[in-house]
Design a protein around this ligand. Structure first.
Ligand SMILES: [Zn+2]
Length: 376
């Protein structure tokens, strides 16, 4: 008999707004939503006093929980997938970079042995190697190379259909060729680590590029007489990543960007790196920001505070929009019948009380809220 889970008495963050209702999962799908929904044979997760939101979809992360994707070794994807639900993440794309083509190919060939209690692996985001050395951020220059269609095809083949997104600097020679190949292969093109002029970036975003990697960070800065890639991104229809920890981008700049992007185009990412250390961000020896040390749920709480958004908008930034940016919105990122049963229960302070991955309770901080299905 398939496993059924009833999430009872919570306030559901539905696409149309909040609603107090129950939700029934059958195996890995949401099968019913409504005030009258019941199932005496199901296990029960009591969501009284809590918000039931779609699980966070993390599309820019370099590791966590002891796992590194720079590059990933055997077991790293599984380790992250097991750790992530405690931070509200129910699905993720692994952002991969590596010192050589050989190690990149090996990383993209890694198998993923998912578990029912882990976050779903959505595929790889390649952050490089076709990045502008002038805007490389914390990536060593030796890790980068000029865009090359043959190399792109080799990497895509190694990933075996699991290459979902690639960050490319569109102004580099050969980038247009790679962009065409990526479009043909169904790989999302993200503009980033770029020194593009406003015109170059605008052209890319009118073409094959549909997403922007960490807006403001590792790109030519905005200037009032030279808007650069930031202005092109804000004026485009692309989804744009924001690292909203208050450190990568000044709070007032975040608020300004969000005023333009609105709740339909802003995508919250952590860009978290596996290193640990004091403070919220990692830095290289020369002081360059090398990513965040905070898990996704902390980013979500900070974003809510800095941007002043309610849960409905936050859910779009953290779940629906990243799912759409990656092209998996038909099964991830919102609470609707037929969607994957990826859910989080949040308290008033937006702390994660429980996480459900594809219909299974993957994390629970208040054990009394769960009741197993009656045996028959
Ligand atoms: Zn990154």
């Amino acid at each position: 008999m398939p496993y059924r889970l009833l999430v009872a008495d919570g306030v559901l963050a539905l696409p149309g707004g909040p609603m107090r209702a129950a939700l029934l999962c059958d195996a890995n799908r949401i099968v019913a939503i409504g005030r009258e929904v019941e199932d005496p044979a199901a296990a029960v997760l009591d969501a009284q006093g809590l918000t039931v939101a779609p699980g966070f979809v993390e599309i820019h992360v370099h590791g966590g929980g002891g796992a590194s994707f720079l590059p990933p070794g055997p077991g790293a994807l599984e380790r992250y997938a097991r750790w992530a639900p405690a931070h509200g993440v129910t699905a993720f794309a692994a952002s991969v970079a590596a010192p050589s083509v050989e190690s990149l190919v090996a990383a993209l060939q890694l198998p993923f042995a998912g578990s029912p209690e882990g976050a779903d692996f959505l595929g790889f985001h390649l952050e490089g190697p076709f990045l502008n050395p002038a805007r490389r951020g914390a990536f060593p220059a030796e890790w980068l190379t000029l865009p090359d269609r043959g190399l792109f095809e080799r990497l895509a083949e190694a990933a075996g259909g699991r290459l979902r997104m690639m960050t490319v600097a569109p102004e580099l020679p050969g980038a247009a060729d790679v962009a065409r190949a990526a479009e043909e292969a169904g790989v999302v093109l993200a503009l980033g680590h770029t020194d593009a002029s406003f015109g170059q970036a605008a052209d890319a975003l009118q073409g094959a590029f549909t997403h922007v990697t960490h807006l403001f960070n590792a790109m030519r800065p905005f200037h009032h007489r030279d808007g650069g890639p930031v202005a092109a991104a804000l004026l485009s229809g692309a989804t744009c990543e924001l690292i909203a920890d208050g450190e990568h981008v000044a709070p007032e700049v975040l608020r300004l960007a969000y005023r333009v992007l609105g709740p339909s185009r802003a995508v919250l990412v952590s860009d978290a790196v596996p290193a640990s250390g004091p403070g919220p961000i990692a830095r290289t020896a020369d002081g360059t920001i090398a990513g965040s040390l905070l898990p996704f749920d902390e980013h979500a709480r900070r974003a809510a505070a800095l941007l002043g958004v309610d849960v409905s908008a936050l859910v779009r930034l953290c779940s629906a929009n990243p799912a759409r940016a990656l092209g998996v919105h038909h099964r991830k990122g919102s609470i609707e019948r037929g969607m994957d049963a990826d859910l989080i229960l949040l308290d008033r302070e937006l702390r994660v009380v429980a996480t459900v991955c594809r219909g299974r309770v993957a994390f629970l901080s208040e054990p009394h809220r769960f009741r197993a299905a009656p045996s028959r």
